[in-house]
Design a protein around this ligand. Structure first.
Ligand SMILES: [Zn+2]
Length: 567
């Protein structure tokens, strides 16, 4: 809390107009304003770290100064300009009301809170007439128990219910294959990927970026946070704030982004646009943040930070149908490459009665839902309908799946949006130089990388295809005699860019094979005297089939083909 205490001949003040929406109305007496003579004026700013307890220090500071200057009259005057780290208005009012009660030995006048006020005062000018005080709130002096925190750091939260039918969940697979952890000290829903897990992410990103660039997408890189102003334009602040991470730093509100759209729209608006620019397809693998409730967090399926392969297709209304079809084609291609099965379509609609959750623009909702229905019917897509599952700005086509526990989630999504182009005042000029409103398709192509990994892990039970596998090849040396030759093979394969490990341990071969199987490597290359002499390899695939006498060149060639084609 920051105070400026002024010993005055008089102060006159009058409330003019509300500065905050939710403040009490003034009574007739208060509306007239006040004049207090011979008083101690306490300009007060309550800050973030303050609590109800702060009132004690507040009162004792005032009493202390009042005693020194021999003041009988006290004016408690809220004055936000003293701090850039203001606490909540409710707390400030509570503290000042309580102080008024606790200073009952004085005549106290409390200036209204949350109003623009005019005021005039005359400071006496003696040595104690102007004093500033700072009261440290509890929050400012938090004690750190280092040992306790270190113990927390070693705690990994990876326990989970057993999935039915002997299947493993992505949490168990993540742990057993050493792909990611969730640590208590970092927090729930914030997975940390190991080098192996990061390999899967990198391969998926490369895959989707290649596919999108072939289809004319342009990549952007935009910040993970923005000032609240941006979200006020988009409506996130009004409709989505509870799900966001909001930060107040030095008196300014920021939020970590829950979606990429507003950022890419700012880029769209950086110059005038014509119909020749459209469709414009802005893509980004964006780190997004959503404050999911802790009870909802599940492994990689539901997290608080995730990378969404997000894009916004800004187009003319007459282009929406074709663009929608192309997005669907891309999603189908992704599903085919990932051998995704058991996925169904859900047409997610808004609920116009729920004005808190959805943008209040009935015409836009009606038109966009009708357009989506027309496209889905034309493409003969079978879907189920779900009311109240739309994005806050428009309807969605969601591609749904069930995890190993039978719980339903969205894997991919395509959305039609009439509302945000209007909110952002996005325009383009047509052939006749007339300014028109574009439409937007929001879509994810491979979804959230974390969720698609959890889907793939559970579906394959960790048996990822070679192009995605963290370890593609493991070289098993039969005896110490074969170690040097094994090392040479290992180095040749690594130089070619394969992800390869070498096992030179003295364990029996059966144990080495078992270990490699548990790691779900795609190929085991065993090297004994026979292979060393003939300069060949014995290659064992995941199904246990062994091919002897394989030449290194041939092995490399076949494997490259398999990986390049992402089979
Ligand atoms: Zn979007």
């Amino acid at each position: 809390m920051k105070l400026l205490l002024l010993h005055c001949d008089y102060i006159r003040f009058k409330a003019l107009k509300k500065a905050l929406k939710k403040v009490e109305d003034l009574n007739e007496e208060e509306k007239k304003g006040h004049e207090v003579k011979d008083c101690l004026v306490v300009l007060t700013a309550v800050e973030k770290e303050d609590s109800k307890e702060s009132v004690k220090d507040y009162v004792s500071n005032i009493k202390d100064v009042a005693k020194q200057v021999k003041a009988k009259n006290i004016v408690l005057y809220p004055y936000a300009h003293l701090s850039k780290n203001l606490g909540s208005p409710d707390l400030a009012v509570e503290i000042m009301k309580q102080a008024e009660k606790d200073l009952k030995a004085f005549r106290v006048v409390r200036a209204p809170f949350g109003y623009y006020k005019e005021f005039e005062l005359k400071v006496k000018g003696h040595p104690l007439s102007e004093l500033s005080r700072e009261i440290k709130g509890e929050g400012a002096e938090e004690k750190v128990d280092h040992d306790l925190l270190l113990r927390k750091m070693s705690k990994v939260k990876m326990s989970t219910n057993k999935a039915p039918k002997g299947l493993k969940s992505n949490i168990e697979l993540g742990r057993d294959l050493d792909l990611y952890i969730v640590s208590e000290i970092v927090g729930g829903g914030l997975p940390l990927f190991t080098p192996k897990g990061t390999t899967i992410i990198r391969e998926l990103r490369n895959f989707i970026e290649e596919e999108e660039i072939k289809r004319g997408y342009l990549y952007t890189k935009t910040p993970v946070m923005a000032k609240s102003d941006l979200y006020k334009v988009s409506g996130h602040w009004q409709h989505y704030k509870d799900d966001m991470f909001v930060l107040n730093v030095r008196g300014e509100d920021f939020a970590l982004r829950p979606m990429t759209c507003p950022f890419q729209f700012v880029l769209y608006k950086r110059k005038p646009r014509s119909y020749k620019d459209l469709p414009l397809k802005y893509s980004e693998i964006a780190d997004l943040f959503r404050n999911e409730k802790s009870g909802e967090l599940r492994g990689l399926t539901r997290v608080r930070q995730f990378s969404l392969a997000d894009a916004h297709i800004i187009c003319m209304p007459e282009q929406v149908e074709k663009e929608f079809e192309e997005v669907l084609e891309l999603v189908k291609h992704v599903m085919k490459k990932l051998s995704a099965k058991g996925i169904w379509y859900r047409f997610s609609k808004g609920d116009l009665k729920n004005k808190e959750k959805y943008i209040d623009n009935p015409k836009a909702w009606k038109e966009s839902e009708a357009m989506m229905k027309k496209i889905l019917d034309k493409l003969k897509i079978k879907y189920i309908e779900a009311k109240g599952e739309a994005a806050f700005y428009g309807p969605k086509l969601d591609l749904q799946y069930k995890d190993v526990y039978g719980k339903e989630d969205t894997l991919f999504t395509i959305q039609i949006d009439f509302a945000l182009p209007e909110k952002f005042d996005m325009t383009y000029k047509d052939k006749n130089n007339k300014e028109l409103r574009p439409m937007i398709i929001h879509r994810s192509s491979i979804g959230a990388i974390e969720r698609i990994i959890s889907y793939l892990l559970e579906k394959t039970q960790g048996n990822l295809p070679t192009w995605l596998s963290p370890i593609q090849i493991k070289i098993l040396s039969m005896t110490d005699r074969n170690n040097n030759y094994s090392k040479k093979i290992f180095e040749s394969l690594q130089k070619q860019g394969f992800r390869v490990e070498l096992d030179l341990s003295t364990e029996p071969m059966s144990k080495k094979v078992r270990d490699a199987q548990l790691q779900k490597v795609n190929y085991m290359v065993t090297i004994g005297d026979k292979e060393q002499k003939a300069k060949t390899l014995a290659v064992r695939n995941r199904e246990g089939k062994v091919t002897f006498g394989v030449k290194l060149d041939k092995f490399i060639k076949d494997l490259k083909k398999e990986i390049d084609e992402r089979k």
